[in-house]
Write a protein that binds this ligand. Structure first.
Ligand SMILES: Nc1ncnc2c1ncn2[C@@H]1O[C@H](COP(=O)(O)OP(=O)(O)OP(=O)(O)O)[C@@H](O)[C@H]1O
Ligand SMILES: [Mg+2]
Length: 335
């Protein structure tokens, strides 16, 4: 394995089966995350972002199933380890923050009890040391009057405070990889900025790697080093955030960037991408963005474009316009 990478995902295919059809919610996607680096995953609703993170966490439930690919964490394929080993990794070395804190906080336990639970299980902490560590974690995520709040129940806290508690829980065992699925979407803008800053600071202090899922390119530009852009189960563009924001190559990425609010002083008109992400039942054999693409050609309806490499730094885009006689990138990694 390449030990620059903490996580390597190769050809991940997660398949759902319903009565009338079968589809791949992630369709052969590949990416990698270095130690201490933040990767953003961006795309509109239904593109497969959450399925990607749930696949890594081993949380895909029937009728969903990972049907192809590997997920290597520190060189070990998580798809081949036992359920017990995966439970040890989860929470301890890989932690996840979900979009809606109330679904992952238990309403009948105090904040302190819930943070303490992970420490008891994974770190065998107890008594005074456990209590002190819980308070320390609450202070670390900027919760005032930590001792008092530790005795509160989730419903007694504001949305922003609950999200801080979720971060404290995720940080409890000092994970090497943090997966955050839309961690700030439910919060108002000022609180959003504070939480993102907190996550950035904690990541630096702990040299943690992070996978941040969002539909918001502005968030990506604030926080991430690399980004992958997903569309209908596929990666359509990947590379360094600054390259992709400066000169997006895929028409979908260009559309996402165009729909960002412009900076103060410029015209404040939003350009939404017309149309919608096609549901799997409408995926044709060609490019899945074709019906919304201002540059669509006949070839785009007929053949699905592979990821074409653009530079040595791992930048790539899946668009026939980008094809320059370059080889399609197979099992690519960012890096
Ligand atoms: N349990 C499930 N059963 C069937 N289909 C599912 C299931 N979970 C997700 N899907 C489908 O997989 C596709 C990807 O869903 P996913 O939740 O990953 O999207 P997302 O990019 O996270 O969207 P959002 O921004 O709304 O969170 C969608 O078409 C969705 O309907
Ligand atoms: Mg999601």
């Amino acid at each position: 394995m390449d030990d620059r990478y903490l996580l390597e995902v190769n050809g991940l295919t997660t398949t759902f089966q319903s009565r009338d059809h079968t589809f791949n919610a992630t369709d052969g996607i590949s990416f990698a995350i270095r130690k201490g680096e933040t990767l953003g995953i961006v795309g509109e609703s239904g593109c497969g972002k959450s399925v990607t993170s749930l696949s890594i966490m081993g949380l895909i439930k029937s009728p969903g199933k990972i049907t192809k690919g590997e997920i290597k964490f520190k060189g070990r394929d998580l798809l081949k380890v036992s359920k017990r080993e995966l439970r040890v990794l989860r929470g301890n070395e890989i932690a996840m923050i979900f979009q809606e804190p109330m679904t992952s906080l238990n309403p009948v336990y105090t904040i302190g009890n819930q943070i303490g639970e992970a420490l008891k299980i994974h770190k065998k902490a107890s008594g005074k040391a456990l209590k002190a560590r819980v308070i320390e974690l609450l202070q670390m995520v900027g919760i005032p009057r930590a001792e008092e709040i530790a005795g509160d129940y989730p419903h007694q806290l504001s949305g922003g405070m609950r999200q801080r508690v979720m971060i404290a829980m995720a940080m409890a065992c000092q994970p090497e990889l943090m997966i955050a699925d839309e961690p700030t979407t439910a919060l108002d803008v000022t609180i959003q900025a504070q939480i993102l800053q907190l996550m950035k600071d904690l990541q630096k202090q702990n040299n943690m790697s992070m996978m941040l899922i969002t539909h918001d390119l502005a968030v990506v530009s604030e926080v991430c080093d690399h980004v992958i852009v997903m569309y209908a189960g596929k990666i359509v563009e990947q590379g360094l955030v600054r390259d992709i924001l400066d000169s997006p190559r895929h028409p979908y990425t260009q559309g996402l960037l165009n729909s960002l609010p412009k900076s103060a002083g410029s015209e404040r008109r939003l350009n939404y991408i017309p149309g919608y992400v096609p549901p799997p039942s409408q995926w044709g054999q060609g490019c899945r963005f074709v019906d919304r693409c201002p540059h669509a050609m006949d070839k785009c309806r007929e053949q699905l474009p592979p990821l074409f490499p653009i530079d040595e730094a791992g930048r790539a885009a899946a668009c026939w316009l980008v094809e320059k006689g370059g080889q399609a990138l197979v099992g690519s990694s960012i890096g």
